[in-house]
Design a protein around this ligand. Structure first.
Ligand code: ADP
Ligand code: MG
Length: 567
């Protein structure tokens, strides 16, 4: 620590480049500071540091992190503590550009595995970013000394030592994570696809906020016909709605909470923090939200289960386009989800292409089967479950044609769910739609594609340029990948991870042999073994701002790369 102070004294007032000297390791009384990468100027991405507290000093009882769910819970909790304490101890921007900032990537409403905080047998390590302070380009040495010694030490001491934390709060956080994991596994055992606990608060504060609605939210209550109980390891018995495998329809009047329920189920692939309202809303972890996405590129996807006989004889077994329509994009999104692997599709009429979803009797009479390339989803949804074991939950307030194919119909009424399957069946009998099923006897093939290395061009102007911009854009060389329609991508840390994963995949696993799903499966095997750090160009040092993405979103990014080439 003295050495750090000496350097800072010596370079005080000098040009910013002199900060480079700081790279290295410094011993403090109760932790070690690693300065891994020093920023080039006050506006550049901030300096990356790590602080490491020896395990025996940090003093976390092993039972708090002995299992994987508990470890992820504790890491997440501690990263949030560091973030909270950083607000207390750090004085914010003080000088040019990012001068004065001390930040950690602590996440939003989800509990995700992140690289910002790592706990292991030997140590607890937090990875932070620091804006080394300057006035213009002149080093503010005294302020840097205050930040790196006093402020940082204050943060570390208040957040990474067990005895300084609220033991009951820590315990209940890791216990929640454990209960969530239990429900997730229980879903598979009981052949359920989603669970929504009684008392859950589903609506959000606003369209722009992921926090729970304040005040007037109607808490969720399972309808008698769908209520299940689960005995959680920590919380004991909870009651809630269990949606079984098969085809489920969510109906109800406009503004009665259909989309809000689906959205909560869609986000249930992730665990949520205490107080979120959706802590016990848990969905199969591989569920994929499907929507129309006109304008997206598609590379040689077999969409023939849904689309055939396009004008000009355009191929749909190996369908490519630079500019998909609503229906072809939705078909491609489904086939790509099946390619990477999923047990549950989620669709909302609000974001679907009408002609992809329905084709009623009158339209069948007017436009002959041979003149309509689209086989609507209504004719395939049951086959999808029968042939592939893939369930669907679908919000559909506008067409009763789905009554014929639904195993379960849930009606939302004033934000409360009711089971109306019997009534819907009755009506289907009394008022036949008169439409002819057009789906054939089988769902059709899911074809696997082999991505080719040549399609990945990470260079721009001779240098590798791979970067994430916020939640929904990845810069890959000269290409920008638009991820804004991947609605289950939730954390910018996931986007950063995916950006580096694309590069890693293209170098290591897209070898012309592995299919897309094989390559991604192998990558996740390696991540399981070595941690998410492994995909970082800073491996072994500071890959401190990743959050774990799902294979589904990684594949989603590959599929949206406009230079993708496959065999
Ligand atoms: P639908 O899809 O049935 O038209 P939405 O799910 O979009 O309806 O919900 C309509 C509005 O009601 C939204 O503004 C939403 O935030 C609000 N809302 C949804 N569920 C609840 C609830 N349980 N309590 C209070 N407000 C809710
Ligand atoms: Mg809606």
């Amino acid at each position: 620590m003295d050495r750090l102070l000496q350097i800072l004294k010596r370079i005080d007032g000098k040009g910013y480049g002199a900060y480079k000297e700081l790279a290295g390791t410094y011993q403090f009384a109760d932790f070690t500071l690693f300065i891994d990468h020093v920023q080039g100027d006050p506006f550049a991405s901030p300096t990356r540091i790590r602080v490491r507290v020896a395990g025996e000093k940090a003093g976390f009882p092993p039972q708090l992190w002995a299992s994987k769910p508990r470890r992820i819970g504790l890491q997440d909790y501690l990263a949030r503590q560091v973030a909270v304490k950083a607000k207390v101890y750090c004085g914010g921007v003080r000088g040019t550009g990012k001068s004065g900032l001390l930040l950690i990537d602590a996440g939003g409403q989800e509990i995700l595995e992140r690289t910002a905080l790592v706990i292991s047998a030997g140590y607890v390590e937090a990875r932070l970013s620091v804006g080394l302070p300057a006035d213009g380009r002149r080093i503010k040495g005294a302020l840097a000394a205050k930040m790196l010694t006093e402020e940082l030490a204050g943060i570390v001491r208040a957040s990474l030592f067990y005895k300084r934390l609220d033991a009951a709060e820590v315990l209940s956080f890791v216990q929640l994570k454990e209960d969530q994991q239990f429900i997730r596994e229980e879903l598979v055992r009981r052949k359920l696809v989603a669970f929504v606990a009684d008392g859950a608060v589903l609506p959000r504060e606003s369209g722009a906020s992921d926090r729970p609605m304040k005040g007037q939210a109607v808490p969720f209550e399972a309808p008698p016909g769908l209520a299940v109980e689960m005995d959680l390891p920590n919380r004991g018995t909870v009651r809630g709605m269990g949606i079984p495998e098969g085809v489920t329809l969510i109906v109800g009047g406009g503004y009665h909470g259909k989309s809000t329920l689906l959205k909560a189920i869609e986000r249930g692939v992730y665990d949520h923090i205490p107080g979120d309202g959706r802590e016990l809303v848990i969905t199969r972890c591989d569920a994929v939200k499907i929507r129309a996405e006109d304008g997206r590129r598609v590379e040689k996807v077999d969409i023939s289960p849904f689309i055939n006989n396009l004008p000009f004889g355009k191929d749909t077994v190996s369908f490519s386009t630079e500019d998909a329509s609503g229906s072809t994009s939705q078909a491609a999104n489904i086939m790509e989800a099946l390619e990477i692997g999923t047990s549950l599709l989620l669709l909302d009429e609000d974001t679907s292409a009408t002609n992809f979803m329905i084709r009623d009797a009158r339209m069948q009479a007017l436009v002959a089967r041979e003149k309509e390339p689209i086989t609507p989803f209504v004719d395939k949804v049951k086959l999808l479950y029968k042939d592939k074991g893939v369930s669907t939950i679908l919000v559909m307030g506008g067409s009763g044609d789905y009554f014929d194919v639904a195993d379960l119909v849930i009606m939302m009424d004033g934000y409360r769910p009711h089971v109306v399957t019997g009534r819907a069946r009755e009506l289907a009998g009394q008022k036949p739609t008169g439409r002819r099923p057009e789906g054939g006897a089988a769902f059709g093939e899911v074809r696997h594609r082999v991505p080719l290395k040549q399609g990945f061009k990470p260079e721009r102007g001779g240098r590798v340029k791979v970067d994430a911009k916020g939640l929904s854009t990845i810069i890959f060389g000269t290409a920008a990948i638009d991820l804004s329609f991947l609605e289950q991508l939730v954390d910018p840390g996931q986007t950063r991870a995916i950006a580096d994963i694309l590069l890693y995949l293209s170098r290591k696993y897209f070898d012309g042999q592995n299919s897309l799903s094989q390559a991604i499966r192998k990558l996740y095997g390696e991540i399981e073994e070595k941690g998410l750090d492994v995909v970082s160009p800073f491996y072994g040092k500071h890959p401190g701002d990743y959050a774990m993405p799902r294979p589904q979103e990684v594949a989603g990014a590959v599929n949206r790369l406009r230079t993708l080439m496959v065999r």
